[in-house]
Design a protein around this ligand. Structure first.
Ligand code: NAD
Length: 426
């Protein structure tokens, strides 16, 4: 690992990555790689998660194109006013050097390639460490990157805790980590030994706050993304008298999407591992013992299947509210007043995304003013993530730092101040 990092550092010091043309060539090489390996990647994601990987490939391809289109503009020097009219001063985005990107299993293509695109576009050399949990995808990603990318710019290191622990002993100029907060702390501690800055893209409990003013059908449709997604709705806050309608609509929408038989639906994903399955089974058991499951609740260890499940009468003290679910379980907490709902949200750690369903400007303003979260989506879930003009990242326990669009380039650059004085006017 020491050799890999030393070689990438030596390559950075040749200054080749400073050239915008060189960076564009690398981005195009990645784009071609994705096209060439599209089918293999799709098969691998299916094997890991029983869902299509096509959207991830398309998203990464789109990000590359958008980055290529705007790279000149996004990396241009930003002129500022000098100390007097004869000075010139500007901010230049300088690449950081050799960076490390560590990815998770739940979007195993996107969550390593999106930061990689930013790192290359900003002119860095990179070590990528995909998740060992999504093993099929990691194998194909490694083959694709090894074949298509310049090895003096991108290197892939595979492995689990042991390998990552060794890798983290090396000195990097930035570490970009996506995953859970427990490991986030380990990354930050390792980074602190070298004073290396970190971006931590973590998770948490994202609420969906439904109000009187909600078109309940829209809310039902958008709250169904209850799965292994960092921005998925983790729990719903619902006025008591709307609960029955909400449950009915959510179930109807689930059936529309997956048919009557979720287990045999082609598009209904599986839990990634036995470890995660066991964790989720415990949560289901606790809810069952309390007689709170009103829909679903079945699971099958053999094929890591968990039925979409709705749990009602949930309180902040229930097991389901103690940590991020990352599972197809939808707990519903009912509330009487908007104040009460905001108090429940503020009783939790800051979420990555807060989803409000309301057309009432007073309520929208109150959420913006009285709560904290990485992002706010009004009348939708997670759409902030698809808008590349917005930064994506958490706050507090849901993470630090941001990326996407120009924010990716900024994350992997140093904003260097340059002041050029005119000697004759000093
Ligand atoms: P994971 O188990 O794949 O771990 C993430 C990475 O950390 C892997 O590459 C793994 O090898 C490495 N790792 C694990 N243990 C380590 C250790 N002890 N030392 C060093 N490295 C170690 O994925 P996960 O953490 O289960 O991912 C799910 C979490 O990620 C959820 O909390 C989710 O909300 C969060 N997430 C956040 C985002 C985001 O963009 N903010 C996106 C997806 C997932």
């Amino acid at each position: 690992m020491a050799t890999i990092v030393a070689d990438l550092r030596a390559s950075f010091r040749t200054h080749r990555t400073q050239s915008l043309e060189f960076r564009k060539d690398q981005l195009r090489a990645l784009q071609h790689g994705l096209e060439e390996f599209r089918d293999e990647l799709a098969v691998a994601v299916k094997a890991d998660l029983n869902r299509s990987g096509d959207v991830e490939v398309s998203t990464a391809t789109h990000t590359i194109q958008a980055t290529l289109n705007k790279l000149d503009e996004m990396t241009a020097d930003r002129e500022t006013s000098g100390l007097n009219e004869f000075d010139r001063s500007f901010v230049r985005l300088s690449p950081l050097g050799t960076v490390l990107i560590i990815g998770p299993w739940n979007y195993p293509i996107n969550l390593v390639l999106e930061p990689l695109i930013g790192a290359i576009a900003a002119g860095n050399t990179c070590v990528l460490k995909p998740s060992e949990v999504s093993e099929h995808t990691s194998v194909v990603l490694t083959r694709m990157l090894t074949k298509c990318m310049d090895p003096t710019v991108v290197q892939v290191v595979n492995g689990g805790v042991d390998e990552t622990t060794v890798l983290l002993k090396e000195r990097f100029d930035h570490i970009f980590y996506t995953g859970n907060a427990l490991v986030g702390r380990i990354i930050m501690e390792a980074a602190s030994k070298h004073l290396t800055p970190v971006t931590l893209e973590l998770g948490g409990k994202c609420p969906a706050l439904i109000t009187e003013h909600t078109d309940i059908a829209v809310a039902a449709q958008k709250t169904l993304n209850v799965g292994q997604v960092c921005l998925a709705v983790d729990y719903v806050l619902c006025p008591k008298h709307l609960q029955e309608d909400l449950i009915k609509n959510v179930i109807e929408t689930w059936h529309e999407l997956f048919g009557k038989d979720f287990r045999n639906s082609d598009s209904y994903a599986r839990i990634i591992s036995k470890r995660q399955f066991d964790r989720i089974s415990k949560l289901l058991k606790a809810a069952e013992e309390q007689n709170k499951i009103v829909f679903g609740g079945k699971s099958e260890a053999g094929n890591l299947y968990v039925e979409p499940t709705i749990v009602t009468d949930v309180t902040e003290h229930d097991e389901l509210m103690q940590s991020e679910l990352f599972a197809p379980i939808l707990p519903i907490i009912t509330y009487e007043t908007f104040d009460e709902a905001l108090n429940i949200i503020n009783g939790q750690e800051h979420a990555l995304g807060l989803n409000l369903f309301s057309n009432n400007q007073v309520q929208i303003d109150r959420v913006l003013k009285e709560t904290r979260s990485g992002a706010v989506n009004v009348n939708d879930v997670a759409s902030c993530c698809a808008n590349e003009s917005l930064p994506f990242g958490g706050v507090g326990q849901s993470g630090m730092g941001r990326y996407h669009g120009k924010y990716s380039i900024e994350t992997f650059s140093h904003s260097r101040s340059v002041m050029i004085r005119n000697q004759t006017h000093l």
